[in-house]
Design a protein around this ligand. Structure first.
Ligand SMILES: Cc1ncc(COP(=O)(O)O)c(C=O)c1O
Length: 321
């Protein structure tokens, strides 16, 4: 297999998973049932994407992983460079160029008590799968219907969503509400009642040419895609404000869209039964998306998978057994 499109056809069962320094067949890639990642959701993770051989914003994702780990007092037993090599090596092993990458670090094996100091060795797992390009919101009717969830986002002084932790119960409860309401997604408010984020995406609104997105004080994840979209919008000459957004502003916006690694940019066409922007993808959303598509596989936006093979052989393999 030579290229990304061929690798896209690789049967998932044949892919290898990195577990604590070893590349294992999927069926053998396991962690202990005594891992506190399973018992308590105690751990951190990243969802990352590679486009045409470039891992988009890999350094930024690794930085966020280590910030999350630092916040929960989890010492990752691998330096940032070695962690990046673990991701790249897993992609190379699976010969993937267009991929979704799930990187997780668990607290490790402990006993049935909560005490995290019992867990001496965090587990590191890298799962990679082929990803096909997301649907283009400009040419496909893929706008999402949403509700405003009754489940409030965990506040920044509680289980803050600035930490990308393995505990997604807050999002899952909101997602269940969306399922029950037969819509695609739930948008959550912070404890003060301002718009926070969707269950796995950040939120943007556009009103009279101004783009606004909730600031970090509204209990959001510091989204990597959010940051890139802000940069693109500013480069295109749109004013962007990070501020508190009320549900009133959300419902009455000209355009609403969500951003995330997996979702990329998804227009929202309904909130609580009210149609946004006539139910069509807005001009500003479409323009920013067009630019995002152009830049997402630029080498300057990430780290190449394959050109670092040599350096991986020389140094990075230290952590592979
Ligand atoms: C709760 C939440 N907010 C926002 C995002 C978007 O973040 P990013 O753009 O870094 O993927 C995610 C992504 O998984 C998420 O889980």
């Amino acid at each position: 297999m030579k290229n990304g499109s061929e690798s896209g056809r690789t049967a998932k069962e044949n892919l290898f998973v990195y577990v604590d320094g070893e590349l294992l067949p999927r069926s053998k890639a396991t962690v202990s049932v005594f891992d506190h990642g399973l018992l308590y959701g105690d751990g951190v993770f990243e969802g990352i994407r590679a486009y045409r051989g470039i891992v988009f914003k890999l350094k930024e994702h690794i930085d966020r992983l280590y910030d999350s780990a630092n916040y929960i007092r989890l010492n990752i037993p691998l330096g940032k460079d070695a962690m990046m090599e673990a991701v790249l090596e897993t992609l190379r092993k699976n010969n993937l160029k267009d991929a979704y990458i799930r990187l997780l670090v668990t607290r490790g094996v402990g006993d049935l008590g909560l005490n995290p100091t019992i867990c001496k060795k965090p587990s590191i797992v890298v799962i990679t799968e082929p990803s096909s390009p997301s649907q283009d919101p400009r040419t496909n009717a893929i706008g999402k219907s949403t509700i405003i969830s009754s489940i409030r986002r965990d506040p920044v002084d509680a289980t803050s969503h600035e930490v990308k932790s393995l505990n997604y119960m807050n999002s899952i409860l909101a997602r269940w509400e969306a399922i029950a309401a037969q819509v695609d997604e739930a948008i959550m408010l912070d404890t003060r009642g301002f718009v926070s984020e969707a269950t796995a995406e950040n939120v943007f609104i556009v009103r009279k040419g101004e783009i606004a997105t909730p600031s970090t004080s509204s209990a959001i994840l510091h989204g990597v895609t959010r940051q890139k979209v802000i940069e693109i919008a500013l480069d295109l000459g749109y004013p962007v404000t990070e501020r508190e957004i009320t549900p009133f502003e959300l419902i009455n916006a000209d355009e609403v869209f969500l951003t995330g690694t997996l979702a990329e940019m998804v227009p929202v066409i309904k909130v609580n039964g009210r149609v946004i922007g006539g139910g069509k993808v807005g001009n500003i959303t479409a323009r920013i998306y067009g630019e995002f598509v152009k830049v997402r596989s630029n080498p300057s936006e990430g780290v190449p998978i394959f050109s670092r093979v040599e350096s991986a052989e020389m140094s990075g393999r230290k952590h592979f057994r």
